[in-house]
Design a protein around this ligand. Structure first.
Ligand code: HEM
Length: 127
């Protein structure tokens, strides 16, 4: 397994336990775009209050539509592949499929990783 694939798998695995432990940050949101827009300004702010030694990334968001957004990710740790897995975990949690594309990456020398992310709500199963 390559390191990016391992980081992606770990990110996807991580979101379920995070959402269960910190449900108070997740429950107010009905969709992944609204939730993701709160990570930088609410969740990671609270994380740094709880654990002052925590190192969280910096996000800049642009909402393209109700189901799509552009996210700029900046971190000296360059964990954009972990972030991709988290995006997949977030989509699963809210019952959406996700497509993302990195148009630039810090691993290639860019100053930020830029993700174009689109979510599509999955049909409810006819139960
Ligand atoms: C309930 C939700 C969340 C909680 C409680 C949370 C909390 C945390 C914590 C504790 C860390 C580790 C900080 C350290 O190094 O000490 C972290 C790192 C990170 N978080 Fe979050 N997080 C949440 C959601 C998300 C989401 C949805 C994303 C992006 C889609 C995200 C992106 C990241 C990334 C990429 C890192 C790795 C550190 C880095 O890139 O420098 N987080 N988060």
């Amino acid at each position: 397994m390559t390191l990016p694939d391992a980081l992606r798998a770990f990110g996807k695995f991580s979101f379920g336990p995070l959402a269960r432990k910190f449900g108070t940050f997740v429950e107010p949101h009905d969709d992944p775009v609204s939730f993701l827009a709160s990570v930088d300004s609410v969740i990671h702010v609270e994380v740094r209050k709880l654990w002052p030694e925590a190192v969280t990334p910096k996000f800049v968001y642009e909402e393209i539509g109700t189901d799509s957004m552009r996210i700029e990710y900046r971190s000296a740790r360059k964990l954009c592949h972990f972030m991709e897995g988290l995006l997949e975990g977030v989509a699963d949690h809210f019952g959406y499929a996700v497509e993302y594309r990195q148009s630039q990456c810090q691993h290639d020398g860019a100053d930020a990783c830029v993700f174009d992310v689109a979510f599509v709500e999955e049909a409810q199963s006819a139960a």
